[in-house]
Write a protein that binds this ligand. Structure first.
Ligand SMILES: [Zn+2]
Length: 83
């Protein structure tokens, strides 16, 4: 999967090495990742995990600099986001 960098996004590729790996939970076509800084779920589209720009709304979140890499957790997760 091509990353957003192919479209001239804001961050240089060198920051990818600093991106943390976070567990991502699939609900339908969306991947949900818990953000410890925003204290909310960030929701990402896409068929698979991989590097994403963060959706952080907190100014001092380090994810705003590095993004993060989603590692999809499968098979255990439907209860997490159940209403
Ligand atoms: Zn966040």
């Amino acid at each position: 999967m091509k990353s957003i960098m192919a479209h001239g996004a804001a961050r240089p590729p060198s920051n990818f090495g600093a991106a943390p790996v976070l567990p991502a939970y699939r609900v339908g076509d969306l991947l949900h990742v818990w953000c410890r800084y925003c204290k909310r779920w960030h929701v990402h589209g896409g068929a698979a995990g991989g590097h994403r720009a963060s959706h952080c709304t907190v100014d001092d979140s380090p994810f705003r600099q590095t993004g993060y890499t989603l590692e999809e957790i499968s098979g255990v997760v439907l209860w997490v986001m159940a209403p």
